[in-house]
Design a binder for this molecule. Structure first.
Ligand SMILES: Cc1cc2nc3c(=O)[nH]c(=O)nc-3n(C[C@H](O)[C@H](O)[C@H](O)COP(=O)(O)O)c2cc1C
Length: 216
């Protein structure tokens, strides 16, 4: 039993990575294997629309034909018993690197037939951890949840299941006083980091532990 976590944040030790590490600790607490991939360490592009994964009798039918540093990650994802994605929200969406990864991961399995069938035969658990600066009310008001839902639906269609953990009002800077940050109440942010973020970490831990238990 192995759980793969994929970090779509350029920061390897901040909010998103911390939550993913917590999730993997949860996995580990149940005795399952873990691996964390940082997308920003890799040189790759999104789908290039070559359609090799859809070509009748093609060598790469059902598989992304592009060979770059994402290729081993796509292979790991296919072997994983569960996948936990993590991304900050940049301008209302996941980061560009996460988006490019999802294009390459998901498109290869989608069949352009009447049923929109799916070439990935096994079903696995997937979770998506989103981190964002806005608070919960702003998130709802701006309508971010629509995007989270559509990603959930797509992951569910391919992998068979999907859930999301929404982590709002994150702490963004090492030292707020060094940056132009008058839009934010630093004290309130620090309080939230101290009081609420640890609870978000617990939720991530529980997600990991639950995934490992359900699969073992
Ligand atoms: C380029 C950029 C764009 C951002 N856009 C948004 C946004 O649209 N909405 C939001 O809530 N937060 C936004 N943020 C804040 C990040 O989503 C938030 O700080 C996140 O927790 C960062 O994750 P990290 O700590 O793992 O890097 C943005 C940050 C950056 C750097």
């Amino acid at each position: 039993m192995k759980v793969l976590a994929v970090n779509g944040s350029p920061r390897k030790e901040w909010n998103t990575a911390t939550l993913l590490n917590e999730a993997l600790e949860g996995v580990d607490s149940e005795g399952a294997e873990t691996e964390l991939v940082h997308l920003y360490e890799l040189d790759y592009k999104g789908c290039i629309s070559c359609f090799a994964c859809k070509k009748i009798d093609g060598n790469s039918y059902g598989k992304c034909a592009v060979k770059d540093e994402l290729t081993p990650v796509l292979e790991k994802a296919e072997e994983a018993d569960a996948i936990i994605f993590g991304s900050p929200i940049y301008f209302g969406r996941v980061t560009g690197e996460m988006r490019s990864f999802l294009e390459r991961l998901l498109f290869q399995y989608l069949v352009y037939d009447q049923e929109h069938s799916n070439l990935l035969e096994k079903k696995i658990l997937t979770g998506f951890i989103y981190t964002m600066n806005v608070n919960k009310e702003q998130m709802k008001e701006i309508g971010y949840e629509q995007n989270f839902k559509s990603t959930e639906m797509m992951l569910e269609r391919i992998f068979g299941s999907s859930e999301s953990l929404l982590v709002t009002d994150t702490y963004q800077f090492e030292d707020y006083s060094k940056y132009v940050t008058t839009a934010f109440d630093e004290e309130a942010k620090a309080k939230r980091k101290e009081e609420v973020f640890p609870k978000d970490c617990e939720k991530a831990f529980e997600m990991g532990a639950r995934f490992a238990r359900q699969k073992s």
